[in-house]
Design a protein around this ligand. Structure first.
Ligand code: FES
Length: 124
């Protein structure tokens, strides 16, 4: 059912944890399954220098969180806002159609963390 890449990220997720002095935090949940994803980002000069996640969810949610953190690390906050769940799923060699909604959590959590950062650091 899952690609090798999904299984690999599920078994060895990257960037698990929390950033105590995070620049922005986003927590999102899926009302249907009850799964929750939290993303912390560290931002310096509008670049995401570190990102960590905690996901209480299914295999696809964990694999997409892991891949999403890898995709935004070192990117500008504007680039991170352009991250889509489709791009995350493609980077994992696809997800079963019934599991596509899980990848939405990763997109939403990254966006929420960046928006939290922007709220806390308004541009002059
Ligand atoms: Fe809930 Fe996958 S089933 S995020």
């Amino acid at each position: 059912m899952y690609s090798e890449k999904v299984m690999e990220h599920f078994e060895h997720p990257r960037n698990v944890g929390e950033i105590p002095d995070a620049s922005g935090t986003g927590t999102v949940g899926n009302a249907k399954c009850g799964d929750i994803m939290k993303m912390d980002i560290k931002v310096e000069n509008d670049v995401i220098t570190d990102v960590k996640f905690k996901t209480f969810g299914c295999c696809a949610a964990i694999a997409t969180s892991s891949m999403a953190t890898e995709m935004v690390k070192g990117k500008s906050i504007d680039e991170a806002l352009q991250l889509t769940n489709k791009a995350v799923a493609e980077a994992l060699d696809g997800l079963p159609p019934v599991k596509m909604h899980c990848s939405l959590l990763a997109e939403q959590a990254i966006h929420a963390a960046v928006e939290d950062y922007q709220k806390k650091h308004p541009k002059e």
